[in-house]
Design a protein around this ligand. Sequence first.
Ligand code: NAD
Length: 291
Amino acid sequence: MIILDGKQTSNNIKDEIALVVQNRKSKGLKTPHLAAIIVGSDGASMTYVSSKVKSCQKVGFNSTLIDLPDDIAEEQLLDEIEILNKDNDIDGFIVQLPLPKQIDEQKVLMAVNPDKDVDGFHPVNVGKMTLDLPSFLPATPYGILELLERYNVETSGKNVVVIGRSHIVGRPMSILLSQKRKFGNATVTLAHSRTKNLSDITKEADIIVAALGIAEFLTGDMVKEGVTVIDVGITRVKDDTKKRGYRLAGDVEFESVSKKAAYITPVPGGVGPMTIAMLLKNTLQACENRD
Ligand code: NAD
């Protein structure tokens, strides 16, 4: 069994990006600049955003964090987005999800200039991705593709089961893996909450991407020998033995599934760090597009 080490791989990607940034700086080209908007003080969102900002510093990007109150009106948030759309120094920006109830998430995603949409959530980018046109790929599925590629995990002709059909992970993952591309060409089944007899389907899978957000859902008896398992889930599970009172659990029961797997991602240290690395890659791309 081989661990798909997202932490190490993401560090390699960050080193590669840092080198490109250094070269840009020495040639007098613009330093990439990523901005992040966070609304409210949700613990998990704050953790994600601060590690995104820290990663910017690591690769030599400029970064701006815009911290807005929980009760902000939708109009005000849209104004902030418009400021970033117009700011010439900002190459790309993200609006950390989820957003508070008074804000329409769709409206917010639509307001982001597609050329600065480094999360790849705007319908223009989703459409381009679906049509195999150059676009910003959503960072989590992009990170999974990159991990499969760097470990040379064959996907062509394989049976892939993606569990979860969210717009940011499961759905785009299923599209990308089924496309005619080097680490694509798979036969993909997209499973979701209404799927019947899921374990009959997962037992046939060569590759499983678990992205449903239920801790340790996929167990050893649901997979076949030699399977590749990508665990996207991050759930905080109460754990009084930890100082912070919780532990992070994936959607995969690592103990039982790893005994049968050929390749598996750990949680933490798998998909999570890859997501951040690909956000940086998209930001660099956005900056290069504007050169
Ligand atoms: P979501 O919460 O928006 O949707 C969950 C999906 O799972 C839905 O499509 C639903 O149909 C499906 N589902 C629910 N119960 C199911 C069941 N019993 N059987 C089959 N399918 C079922 O999903 P999301 O935003 O993609 O997040 C999924 C998980 O991935 C969460 O734990 C989230 O925190 C994590 N996540 C991690 C990263 C990362 O970088 N590692 C990025 C995004 C999300």
